[in-house]
Design a protein around this ligand. Structure first.
Ligand SMILES: [Zn+2]
Length: 456
């Protein structure tokens, strides 16, 4: 099977240039001007951009916490991703049943993804506790192609910094990368109790109970515990946290920082809206000055990755479980389909980041940092033929009615986005074309990852 993309403007982190791309057997076989080889399928991308397929390294497409389950599942979640130009995801499992092995959750997720996913996928591991058995499993899980595992610094499955130190010791000596949900648990618990006692349980108190310094303090503590060994901070949301990371990077500490569109574009005022529960997520939405700082962090290189933390508990369930109490509201929001158009529209079109930086943030950097490069995240001969074509003439309001996720809302409802992916190609196969899904359930493959190299 040969696919030829003609006349597109190819965008890479280094340069933007006009060329044709020929894919053969799922791999990029040639990139050149005026390729005239015969192909089974030819797409004319004249006047449009061609990007390396989006890599979203933080999704929860099938999360289940007791009787609370997200709306999408792996099929609808990956279809939505493809419509949004994303051709690879790395999904985060929930912590799993008490005392389950470190392999249990990734193994279960892989099995489900194999049946459902329409794009290629990997999974992260997750720690729910630390004991000798768990520590022994770390190098085994890394050998099985899963070199990144997440630690929570808050919630029921949080680890103490003593335990975190043990985890980092083993992760680092085995070539793994520890990911952190960085929020200081003690601060949050205290404030939740205070607001609970005062009967202040409206959505805005969700934000007030998780102040910006609780993120910055946790990041400081993580970096101190890591003693220079690499760490990955997921969903960075504050200016204070960003400043801590910036300082650490300046002295050569290996820290990977990720943020998400909701932290770049939405602010805590939303919690005062009548539908404020929609925006309950952790960390919470912040202030405009935080958004502004994060945009600067994207431009100056402090932040490496834009992911989504897509976690689509429905608004109906948020109301059902937590209408009168923010502490009981399932947290998270959808975003896997809107990441690329929003970051292009609000970032590139508004002059906050360059076109090339955009391509690095959505594809090359996440692929490199998570051990998928150069198979993914690269528009070069020999890489998987994963790309999306973007039409910057299309301007459209984001609406839950036109998105493909199963969730009953989008936090970005009404946002005018300019520049939409119109075609998505995964391993040489066109899976989205002009508003139609043309892929197949279960066609995605598991991507075993190599431990990230520190110099990347
Ligand atoms: Zn998450």
């Amino acid at each position: 099977m040969k696919l030829l993309i003609k006349n597109g403007l190819l965008v890479t982190p280094d340069k933007t240039y006009k060329a044709d791309i020929l894919s053969e057997e799922g791999v990029i076989a040639r990139i050149d001007k005026n390729i005239s080889e015969k192909a089974d399928e030819i797409i004319n991308a004249e006047g449009k951009y061609v990007f390396s397929g989006g890599v979203d390294v933080h999704t929860h497409l099938n999360l289940a916490l007791g009787d609370r389950k997200v709306s999408d599942g792996f099929y609808h979640g990956t279809v939505a991703a493809a419509f949004g130009g994303t051709t690879t995801i790395i999904d985060h499992p929930e912590a799993g049943e008490k005392d389950c092995s470190l392999h249990h959750q990734p193994d279960m997720y892989k099995k489900n993804l194999e049946k459902e996913a329409v794009i290629d996928y990997a999974v992260h591991g997750v720690f729910q506790r630390v004991d000798d058995a768990v520590l022994k499993e770390i190098p085994e899980l890394i050998n099985d192609g899963i070199p990144s595992m997440k630690v929570y610094c808050t919630y029921d499955n949080m680890l103490t910094y003593n335990a975190i130190e043990k985890v980092i010791d083993v992760m680092d000596s085995s070539g793994g990368l520890t990911a952190f949900h960085a929020e200081d648990d003690a601060v949050i618990k205290e404030l939740q109790k205070k607001y609970g006692d005062e009967g202040r349980l409206e959505p805005i108190y969700h934000a007030k109970s998780r102040p910006d310094f609780s993120e910055a303090d946790a990041i400081k503590q993580i970096l101190k515990t890591a003693k220079g060994r690499p760490v990955y901070i997921v969903h960075l949301s504050t200016k204070k946290g960003l400043q801590v990371i910036k300082k650490a990077k300046a002295v050569g500490q290996a820290v990977i920082a990720e943020t998400c569109p909701q932290y770049l574009l939405l602010t805590e005022e939303r919690y005062n809206d009548p539908d404020g529960a929609k925006y309950i997520m952790a960390p919470p939405l912040r202030k405009q000055e935080d958004c502004d700082a994060l945009w600067e962090g994207l431009a100056d290189g402090t932040i490496d990755i834009v992911a989504t933390d897509h976690c689509s508990f429905s608004y109906a369930d948020k109301v059902k479980f937590g209408k009168d109490d923010f502490r009981r509201t399932p947290g998270g929001c959808p975003g896997v389909e809107t990441r690329v158009p929003l970051l292009y529209s609000e970032g590139v079109a508004k002059g906050r980041i360059t076109l090339e930086r955009f391509s690095a943030l959505i594809s090359e950097n996440p692929a490199k940092k998570m051990g998928l490069y150069p198979r993914k995240g690269s528009l070069a001969v020999g890489s998987d033929a994963d790309f999306f074509i973007m039409d910057t003439d299309i301007s459209r309001k984001i609406s839950v009615n036109t998105l493909h996720h199963k969730c009953d809302y989008t936090p970005f409802e009404g946002y005018e986005a300019t520049g939409w992916p119109v075609t998505a190609v995964s391993r040489g196969e066109v899976i989205v074309n002009n508003g139609r899904f043309t892929g197949k359930r279960g066609r995605g493959v598991f991507l075993p990852r190599t431990p990230s190299k520190k110099e990347d």
